[in-house]
Write a protein that binds this ligand. Sequence first.
Ligand code: PGA
Length: 248
Amino acid sequence: MAKIIAGNWKMNGTREQAGSLVSQLITSTGTHPAAQVILFPPAPLLMEVAPRLAGTVYQLGAQDISPEERGAFTGDCSAEMLLSVGCSHVLVGHSERRQFHTETDDLVGRKVCRALQSGLTPILCIGELLPERETGETRNRLETQLNGSFAQLSQLPKGTLGSIIVAYEPVWAIGTGKVATPEIASEAHSWISSWLGARGLKLSILYGGSVTASNAASLLSAPHVDGVLVGGASLKPTDFAAIIAAGS
Ligand code: PGA
């Protein structure tokens, strides 16, 4: 099955850089790569990127979403806005949002809920910190995050939950160059998949954290890894094109 290759640009780039990144990428990969590719530019650049993806199978996503519908929430972006500029996906609960904006599992769950109610596909990011891994607390951490977010979703019809994508991103691997081994990723994905399975859900699970052109193929071929969420390497067109090729 085609893998999901998601590129999280974080807070990088200008309109000009975004335009040139997308055109270089499409020149390298063609308009219809076999992998499912989703780009996550910063909010002000969504409207620059959207028209450049016309005629391709690339999809567009936002890096965050407000849990509220509209109104006096300065600085936030609503689901309606994201849909109106062509987004189909949204990242929710990225560790940088949790760390720098103190997002809680409860808030993350409300955001997932808003995305689903609006027809956006949420990519729910979870992952343990280094001390948690070192003290054998990884599963507890993942379980707390899943329980906390999914508690908010009990009000939604069960069928709606099937479109959620989960991203396992060990925080110690994000932007550090310390990638999880395929075995570590596989073990966490398999546990997440059983947690979901116990609730009647079969969702795609992505790995994220220091994915590069040279380690993508081994991660993507690990059991239970349905795709990758790429940060730094998604800003380098040649590297990201190689990651897309590894998932095609
Ligand atoms: P990285 O970021 O690939 O730069 O480690 C991954 C992410 O934060 O999604």
